[in-house]
Design a protein. Structure first.
Length: 129
């Protein structure tokens, strides 16, 4: 987690070594996130930084857990809660598709659930086109 010293806003930092394959992946993720309109079901891009030997992406900080963690903890999700999760996920995917973006890596580990609001967010656009 990183914190903006001026606004106090929290963000999530992804740091990459500047290799060609990673550079292409980072470029794809940044391009995809920047092209999408703001939507509660999709992680927001804050900034992308290029340094001499590294690249960094700062996105919104989501205080929560992934669906894969929920599943790994053996928690059963009630049917009504699962319907809400899936409805939110479909809305987020719909926004991506309307924006011409294909996520290409939808799995429980790339779906975050905000612990305060229960909002479901699609994350990790590294394989998106």
């Amino acid at each position: 987690m990183v914190v903006d010293t001026v606004s106090g806003a929290a963000g999530a930092l992804k740091l990459f070594q500047k290799k060609q394959t990673l550079r292409d992946e980072v470029r794809g993720e940044v391009t995809s996130l920047a092209a999408l309109p703001p939507h509660p079901g999709v992680m927001k891009l804050a900034v992308c930084l290029a340094m001499t030997d590294r690249m960094a992406i700062i996105t919104e900080f989501i205080d929560g857990t992934t669906l894969s963690n929920v599943i790994a903890n053996g928690k059963r999700i009630r049917d009504d809660a699962l319907k809400l999760v899936l409805a939110q996920l479909v809305c987020g995917i719909g926004v991506c598709h309307e924006g011409g973006i294909l996520h290409r890596d939808i799995k429980p580990g790339n779906i975050m659930v905000d612990s305060d609001s229960g909002v479901v967010k699609l994350i990790d656009f590294g394989l998106s086109v």
